[in-house]
Design a binder for this molecule. Structure first.
Ligand SMILES: [Cu+2]
Length: 246
């Protein structure tokens, strides 16, 4: 089963303490992870440079934030957060408890106000953010480890001096349209700081997915977003696809 679909798993429960708000200055959002003993977890392993990765996506998949809260000694995590519009959001806590295995727990959060859901953005292999264009190569094949190559350019020129971010030259989150299942994605190690960043994603089923690439260049982290459809291989899958299954 993919991650992020459960608020509680293996004895660990994601427990929001505050609510989220729209607009204005970020407000402090707090939460805990309650462990098997019924108290907030305070011991975490570092994974991808951080003890806690916290992702907030609107349920219509048009908004995405990836933030890194800080933890008080009592296990309360806090981060400044403001979502761009009213509506229903899914928050994911991605972490490894020192005494357990990697977990992605998910919880719904509501931002009060007039809610205007947007349709899923069209499928596209190109995403623009600020002066950057990111191209997506490779196909998502259900049930397989699928290689995805993202190529970053700026003003039409390949970017070959990406800065390390979260232990790699980029960080990719993939969410399934329909239920916001959180896919397992890992970067392929590379000594090259771009323009290509390669990931392996495991998609559990056919359907549409929304991909969010965080990359860092000239000191700033930006997010490029794509909609991609996972379809069964038609025998013409590009070479950028592994053929082993999990
Ligand atoms: Cu993170």
């Amino acid at each position: 089963m993919p991650g992020g679909l459960q608020v509680s798993q293996d004895g660990y429960t994601l427990n929001p303490i505050t609510s989220i708000t729209t607009g204005g200055a970020p407000a402090e959002f707090r939460f805990t992870v309650i462990g098997p003993d019924g108290t907030p977890v305070t011991a975490y392993q570092v994974a991808h440079d951080k003890k806690m990765h916290f992702i907030v996506a609107s349920r219509d998949l048009t908004s995405f934030q990836h933030v890194h809260p800080s933890m008080a000694p009592d296990g309360t995590w806090a981060v400044g957060l403001s979502v761009p519009k009213a509506g229903s959001y899914r928050a994911f806590a991605d972490f490894v408890p020192t005494k357990g295995k990697k977990l992605t727990l998910g919880v719904d959060l509501q931002a009060a106000g007039d809610y205007r859901p947007e349709p899923l953005p069209h499928v596209s292999r190109t995403a623009a953010v600020d002066d950057y264009t990111v191209n997506l190569a490779g196909n998502i094949i259900p049930g397989q480890a699928s290689k995805l190559v993202l190529t970053v350019s700026k003003d039409g020129e390949p970017v070959d001096d990406l800065e390390p971010y979260l232990g790699a030259y980029g960080h990719l989150v993939a969410l399934r349209a329909g239920d916001l299942a959180y896919l397992h994605v890992h970067p392929e190690e590379s000594d090259e700081a771009g323009p290509e960043i390669t990931f392996v994603a495991e998609a559990p089923s056919r359907g549409d997915y929304r991909l969010f690439l965080d990359f860092k260049h000239e000191g700033k982290v930006r997010t490029a977003s794509f909609t991609a459809t996972a379809t069964l291989s038609d025998g013409h899958a590009p070479s950028a696809t592994h053929d082993h299954t999990h």
